[in-house]
Design a protein around this ligand. Structure first.
Ligand SMILES: *Cc1c(COP(=O)(O)O)cnc(C)c1O
Length: 391
């Protein structure tokens, strides 16, 4: 038996999504910019998907701009807004737990004359809206705070942050990649001007996403060389990908509430089982968290060794973000939360999804228990500290 509990890294494409995409690789292969019937068919399919996504977000279809994924959408939001508003100011406010697709463009700008304030978070990984208020200046042009964190699952108070920023006339971006299609994501309720999402985190294909850009928001294009997407993002549209994204979101929304109730039930079962292990701690917010995210630390264990031991047993998990995998540095998110180094070193993220069953959760608990015990037996420091209780 192989068990996949890494749905925050990527999801399998739902077979119904694959079916919806199939004709757009073969019979309806047209370029959506062509005037002939092949082109018009492709154009109609792209527009249909755009309407589905706009309806989900509660916005106009023209406010949805397709990209190659959330990395591009995040980069574009930060760099595009900064460049379009240079004459007004060169200050950005970004949370310290953002995905690197937001953090690194912000750092890149900081090396080129922009000033960036990185907002702290509390021990649960949450931004304090009062810190946003204190960070805002006359020359601030953008605030970027993600909707939910991809590592520890903490949901941010985006609506409150946005209200404060917009009172000051500052644009607000949120990376909703982990929440779009899972939690309610309506741009007016959140009060944001820009929002990123990606298909492959919601049972759609890899390589397609969008940036929601509120009407009237000034933003410089990143990609030039064509009039696609109303001149905002050049490049032939990924028609099958866009069709798949539309279908994936349609399916996710139809089942959203029941699915989130099911997942949070399984998540709680998983967390309960794992917290019964000695020296185990839950990371992230106890209640304000993604329904499918369990993030724990096991003292006396190294994440990388644990992941390998779990993979040998057949369980696919993660130490945090896919981007920090392979490095022994604690993630920037755990560091920002102030986790003690030995706890950050033993982090394990398990994320559940559409095909996760109770039997899989129970097997995962058993395998983590076994793997943790095995690694601790091999650890002289753990054995020395616990020899009294395990003689
Ligand atoms: C996965 C992820 C991204 C990157 O999305 P891609 O479409 O894979 O480029 C960005 N932000 C968050 C929060 C993510 O989870």
């Amino acid at each position: 038996m192989r068990i996949y509990l890494d749905y925050a890294a990527t999801t399998p494409t739902d077979p119904r999504v694959v079916e919806a995409m199939r004709p757009y690789f073969t019979d309806r292969f047209g370029n959506a910019s062509s005037v002939h019937t092949f082109g018009q068919e492709a154009r109609a399919a792209v527009d249909r998907a755009r309407r589905t996504l706009a309806e989900a977000l509660g916005c106009e279809p023209s406010e949805v701009v397709f990209t190659s994924g959330a990395t591009e959408a995040d980069n574009w939001a930060v760099v595009g807004v900064a460049f379009a508003h240079e004459s007004r100011g060169r200050h950005l406010v970004v949370s310290s737990v953002e995905h690197r697709a937001v953090l690194e463009p912000a750092r890149w700008l900081a090396e080129r004359g922009w000033e960036v304030t990185f907002l702290p978070v509390d021990r649960y990984g949450r931004v304090d809206p009062d810190d946003v208020r204190r960070a805002l200046r006359d020359d601030t042009v953008l605030v970027s705070v993600m909707h939910a964190n991809n590592e520890v699952g903490t949901v941010q108070p985006v609506a409150e942050v946005a209200r404060i920023a917009r009172e000051m006339g500052v644009l607000v971006h949120t990376d909703a990649t982990q929440t779009f299609g899972a939690l309610p994501v309506r741009v007016d309720e959140l009060g944001v001007d820009l929002l990123s999402a990606s298909a492959h985190k919601r049972y759609g294909p890899k390589g397609v996403g969008f940036l929601y850009v509120r009407r009237g928001t000034r933003i410089e294009p990143l990609l030039r060389g064509g009039a696609h997407e109303r001149g905002r993002r050049a490049g032939t549209e990924n028609v099958p990908g866009i069709v798949g994204f539309g279908k994936a979101v349609e399916l996710a929304l139809a089942a959203r509430e029941a699915e989130q109730a099911r997942l949070s039930g399984l998540r709680d079962r998983l967390v309960r089982g794992l917290l019964a292990v000695e020296g185990a701690f839950l990371n992230g917010h106890p209640t304000e968290r993604l329904p499918n995210n369990a993030h724990l630390s096991f003292e006396g264990v190294e994440s990388e060794s644990l992941l390998l031991a779990l993979d040998l047993r057949g369980l696919a998990a993660s130490s945090g973000s896919a981007c920090t995998a392979g490095s022994l540095e604690p993630s920037h998110v755990l560091r920002a939360m102030g986790l003690p180094p030995e706890r950050a070193a033993g982090a394990l993220r398990l994320t559940l999804g559409r095909w996760t069953t109770e039997a899989e959760v129970d097997a995962a608990v058993e395998w983590v228990r076994e793997a943790v015990a095995e690694l601790r037996r091999a650890s002289p420091t753990w054995r020395r500290a616990h020899s009294a209780t395990h003689s």
